[in-house]
Design a protein around this ligand. Structure first.
Ligand code: FE
Length: 294
């Protein structure tokens, strides 16, 4: 038997235009197709606009319970404020890693009235035993996120986890934290036309990628499939990944994590294991107890 099992692309999810918050225009890939899951990832939204009317209203105060939201800004500024008194200004290249757990009520508001706003929000589920732990968050400035230049051209930013890139290991600021049961890998990859990324991926971890500029061929050369612009490519299991940039080069996010294999019951911003837990979350929010101190 071969010593390596290359991952192939088993499903493509084209992103769908949608809006959320107070009318912010988004493209949703993961989370837009019923029945397509990449446990523990729940949703990936890309927000991209040069028109302030598309984003100025932002995401006024809203709740979350039971999972984590990870916001990665490429262009523009977003201010975050939550009911615990935390505040942060997310700038270009920065990440906010918010563990809603038992509950957070926050707002996410653009801090600009012109120019381009571009970024992503990823939702990562939490295991049952962590859904009601206290909320927490980290603001990670761009300067804390390592960028590795690839020998064949291209560059990879390591936001979470550890990756073997160009013969050396690089770790992101979110890494090795015992509270991260899903052990996520989050990479932002840029490849010039025709260049390849080859890297090991932990077997058993579910993975997908999302192309936000250009397109790519995904999988070993003999089995490569095209992933178009602005689509999520869901990967088979395996221990390595090959991605080759298309004729215009490519920029994509690569996500991988340990699956939870638990029932998922979602109602809007609440993600729990049972319907009763969802009803409790709705009642707690209504009664002002969603995010009360334990
Ligand atoms: Fe939110």
């Amino acid at each position: 038997m071969n010593s390596t099992t290359p991952r192939t692309m088993v499903h493509v999810i084209p992103s769908q235009p949608t809006s959320d918050g107070a009318g912010v225009k988004l493209r949703r890939s993961l989370g837009s197709q019923r029945g397509v899951h990449v446990d523990p990832f729940l949703m990936l939204d890309e927000f991209y606009s040069d028109d302030p009317n598309d984003y100025l209203a932002g995401f006024p105060a809203h709740p979350h319970r039971g999972f984590e939201t990870v916001t990665y800004m490429l262009d523009g500024h977003m201010r975050h404020e939550d009911h615990l008194g935390n505040r942060g200004d997310l700038g270009p290249g920065g990440v906010q890693w918010m563990t809603a757990a038992r509950g957070i009520i926050h707002s996410e508001m653009p801090q600009q009235s012109e120019g381009r706003m571009r970024g992503f929000q990823l939702w990562i589920n939490l295991p049952s035993r962590e859904k009601m732990k206290p909320a927490g968050y980290r603001d990670i400035p761009a300067a804390e996120i390592p960028a590795v230049d690839l020998p064949g051209g291209g560059r990879v930013k390591v936001i979470a986890g550890t990756a073997m890139l160009g013969g050396r290991s690089a770790s992101g600021p979110v890494n090795g934290d015992a509270s991260l049961s899903t052990d996520p890998l989050y990479l932002d990859v840029q490849l010039p036309a025709g260049a390849e990324l080859n890297l090991p991926l932990t077997p058993g971890h579910n993975a997908f990628l999302y192309t936000y500029e250009g397109g790519a061929q995904v999988g070993p050369a003999a089995q490569a499939r095209a992933l178009p612009h602005r689509a999520a490519g869901v990967l088979s299991d395996g221990d390595s990944l090959r991605v080759q940039a298309g004729a215009e080069g490519v920029r994509f996010l690569l996500l991988a994590a340990r699956p939870l294999r638990e029932p998922v019951v979602q109602y809007g911003p609440f993600v729990m294991n049972t319907r009763e837990e969802i009803e409790q979350a709705v009642a707690d929010y209504r009664d002002g107890k969603l995010a009360a101190a334990a």
